[in-house]
Ligand binder design. Sequence first.
Ligand code: ASP
Length: 309
Amino acid sequence: MRPRIVILATGGTIAGLGQPGKDTGYQSGSLPVEALTKGNPKLAEVADIRAEQVCNLNSDDITSEIWIELANRINALAEEPDTAGFVVTHGTDTLEETAYFLNLAVKTEKPVVVTGAMRPATADAPDGPANLLKAVEVASSAANRGKGVLVAFAGAVVPARAAVKRHTAALDAVASDGTEALAATRLHTSGTEFDISGLKTLPKVSVLYFATDADPALAKYAADRSDGIVIAGAGAGEFSIAWRNVIEKCKVPVVVSSRTGCGPVLQETMCHGAIAAGTLQPAKAAVLLRLALTRTRDTKEIIRIFNTY
Ligand code: ASP
């Protein structure tokens, strides 16, 4: 018996439509999920495929409302004994954020695998069909139960916490940031304290990028309009004295990550009141802070949450 896999489609380049044979200049999030499955007959050899369209967007237009809808749908379908696992198709730009959110919010041991593509479905050699097939294979394997949300891309399988888009164009743009071993030790899915079932949206968190001479008024502006902020600091999470003076007076939680894309930011190096993102890159630190803010505004508690997930 083939396992039943539900594909939840959200759009992206994998569903992109453009001029036949062209890799660029296409419309992301255009084709319906049926076009992705019908054009990929090998899927049915691996699994009994069910497909649902959650939305059909360029992933830069994905919102926390859609994250919550997606997680609730997975949680509901996971209750059905016949469903063995899930594949989420997604644009690559923000794939890592949705994958990490699901890793923290879904409540199932069944495999949840996120994938996408760098070339539209109408390209001469689209990468979407192979990525989708791999994702269905990974989701079909009972060995992948209880591993948290996984990202299948360009032949690699990476835990959601470690997956990043690290190139604008390469076929293996979505890959590991090198923290896979750490990701394997962190709590996920049924093991987390987050319950999104009654939520419509997540608290607002703004992400700010520090650079030489960056105006500290930006940090104040963002803090005044948000429930929390994340700073992509320089180096190991640093910024100017002018920024520090603003950040130490912020009334909302401030999480500090690094713009380097690799390596930890440590709590012991933080200025007054700031919270270290550890190895989480800025966009993922914002996902965790948004979920943390659904439970607490207390700095010590948020530090604990960043040490846990
Ligand atoms: N802009 C596209 C998206 O994120 C890129 C992609 O899917 O590769 O939807």
